[in-house]
Design a binder for this molecule. Structure first.
Ligand SMILES: [Zn+2]
Length: 255
C-alpha cells in the first residue's frame, strides 16, 4: 500500500506528549510508548535525513536546526491517532509538508519506508521550491527513495509496467504531466496504481540511463528556476522534451 500524502491543518492535543529533541527533529510521543521504540524512530529519522539529502545532493539554504526542525508526533495507538490528529481514518500516517509535521502511531510494518517516502517529499520540496512541478515527479522521487527501504520493492513491479507499455495501456506522459492531486483522487484505483508505477518508472529510467549525477543536475536546474522541460533538456541532453522522454522511456522498458 502506498503512503498517504495528506496535510492536516494544525497541531491539536499535543500538550500531554513527551518531547525529545534530536539534531534535526523534535519528536513528541505519548507517555505510554516504549522508550526503545522512540529511540528507533529517532535514529531512523536522523539517518534518513542524511541519506535523502546525500542521494541527490539536495543541499538547502535553511538547515533543520533549532525551531526549524521537523516535528514527528506519535500517538499511543490507532484510536489515539484518529482522535488526536486530523488525519483520515484510512491512513497510517499523515504529513503537513509546509509545516514539516509528520503524524503517526507505533506498531506498523514498513515504518522506515513510510518515513523515507514522507521525508523525501519534504526535503525535495524544500530544495526545489513550492512552485508548480508535475505531481508525478514529486511522487516519483519520494517512491525512489522509499524503494530503498521497502521490502516489497517497486522495482519488482516494473514487469507490470512493461506489460502496460507493450499493450499500449499506459498513461500518456502528456496526460501524466498535467494531473493534479485532486484530479488523481477522482480516478479509479487501477488508474492510481498505474500513475504511481509509471511515475516511479520514469525516474528509475532516467537514473539508469543517464546516471544519478545528471539526475541531481536536473533537480538543480529546477531549483534555480528553469521550468520542467527546460530542466529536462539541460539535464539530459540530447533529450529535448516530453515526447523524447516518452520515446526513450518506452524503448528502455521494451527491451
Ligand atoms: Zn507521496
Amino acid at each position: 500500500m502506498l503512503s498517504v500524502c495528506f496535510a492536516p491543518n494544525g497541531i491539536s492535543f499535543a500538550r500531554d506528549l513527551i518531547e525529545l529533541r534530536t539534531d534535526h527533529f523534535i519528536i513528541q510521543y505519548h507517555p505510554d510508548i516504549k522508550h526503545e521504540y522512540v529511540r528507533k524512530v529517532k535514529n531512523m529519522c536522523e539517518e534518513l535525513y542524511r541519506k535523502i539529502t546525500q542521494e541527490f545532493k539536495l543541499v538547502r539554504d535553511e538547515l533543520w536546526l533549532w525551531e526549524n526542525r521537523a516535528q514527528v508526533f506519535i500517538a499511543k495507538d490507532r484510536d489515539d491517532y484518529l482522535n488526536r490528529f486530523e488525519c483520515p481514518p484510512w491512513s497510517s500516517a499523515c504529513v503537513n509538508y509546509h509545516g514539516k509535521l509528520i503524524y503517526t502511531y507505533p506498531g506498523q510494518k514498513n515504518i522506515s519506508s513510510m518515513f523515507a517516502h514522507e521525508l523525501a517529499h519534504i526535503i525535495f520540496r524544500e530544495y526545489a521550491g513550492w512552485g508548480r512541478l508535475p505531481l508525478w515527479l514529486d511522487e516519483a522521487i519520494a517512491m525512489y527513495i522509499e524503494d530503498k527501504y521497502n521490502t516489497t520493492s517497486y522495482r519488482n513491479q516494473l514487469r507490470i509496467l512493461k506489460r502496460l507499455i507493450s499493450t499500449d495501456s499506459y498513461i500518456a506522459l502528456s496526460e501524466l504531466g498535467e494531473l493534479s492531486a485532486p484530479e488523481l483522487q477522482g480516478k479509479s484505483e487501477d488508474y492510481v496504481k498505474r500513475f504511481y508505477l509509471e511515475s516511479f518508472s520514469i525516474v528509475h529510467f532516467l537514473i539508469k540511463r543517464y546516471g544519478r549525477d545528471r539526475f541531481s543536475r536536473f533537480l538543480f536546474f529546477l531549483r534555480t528556476g528553469d521550468d520542467f522541460e527546460k530542466s529536462l533538456s539541460k539535464g539530459f541532453h540530447p533529450l529535448r522534451n516530453m515526447n523524447d522522454l516518452e520515446r526513450q522511456w518506452k524503448r528502455f522498458y521494451q527491451k
